[in-house]
Design a protein around this ligand. Sequence first.
Ligand SMILES: [Zn+2]
Length: 410
Amino acid sequence: MALRFYNTLSMRREEFVPVNPSEIRFYTCGPSVYDTPHLGNYRTFIFEDLLKRVLLHKGYRVRHIMNITDLETKGLLAAKQAKTDFWKLMEKNTKIFFDGLGEFRVIPAASYPRASRNVKEMVGAVEAMIKRGHAYRLNGDAYFDISKSKNYGILSKYKFTKKELNNRVRLYDYQRFQAGDFLLWHRYRKSHGKIFWSTRLGKGMPSWNAECPALCMKFLKIPMDIHAGGFDNIFSHHENEIAQIQSLTGKIPAKYWFHVRHLMVDGKKMSKSLKNYYSVGQLKRMGFSVIAIKWLLLSKPYTKKLNFTLEGLREFETRYRCFKTTMRHIRNLKRCRTREHFCSVVLEKRRLFFEALDDGLDFGTACEHAMSLVEEANERRRKGLLCKGCMREFVKAIREFDGATGAFPI
Ligand SMILES: [Zn+2]
């Protein structure tokens, strides 16, 4: 069965057909390291990893790039508030982010380019947009002119009226749900302190908007196969990215756009600004396993919001412990006295497991199949009805499940 998943661009669930089957080009928006990632951010990264793992399981080669946004005005403010050096804070949070990825058993990307180490490319891209008349300078800053964009709103489905385009506003910083000419280059301001580059655009730093487009074009050929991120990246981050890359290449940067919905905590969005978030460390200290957290984060489809509650997590913790205990017993299986083979059940559950993943990465259903297989194997073991050969087939299937999800370590 082919993989099908929801594409924000077409607003449909589509069968995945690669641009070039010899290598899938996959770009995921990385963390803004002015702060440490919360569980909601990890839900996005884990679903992106699931998508990549399923593609790898199908035998594709995947070139995955994830940026690290270590250059943002919010970071300047965060460092000032924490009374710490800007770069030290960025490095500290980047390390915490990577530790979290490791704990969740996320397969590393081919490269994690840091925005701050690729300023030259960003400057080059902004200069080229100005040259084409798609961007302009204003008091040392540079803005993208959205009225020059062929189809601004193509991803978010925002329709502009002529009036909006003519009386458009200029957005100095990221503002939700407001469209306007967006900033590409910040001229140096006193508040930037020691953070600046002396470039052909003058002294200053790139805007957040200009970072991902330059990195996509540097590290991956356009068009890419899949561009992924959190749901709130759709507008304006990804809309702005399409406008810029289209201005420079004439192409929509990616064929499929994959966006993971928010994590809610007791009905409210989990976010840095609302300060209602749990960290992985906090939950571990409360006695939860990282894999149980992962099961919970993946339990609802990525196109749906997930409401996080501690009771919900407790249930997954119990199930995960049952999985671990069963696997331990089964691997220690010594004797068997059966001719009643179990292999056909293993094959059937294996089929159902991968069918669920192909069906929009439905981990929740896949996990149900895996657990019912585990329970049945355990039942047979207790009754002495599990032979060594079937046990080997069973363990092989669980290993394969783990390869495709990173969620069944044995
Ligand atoms: Zn991005």
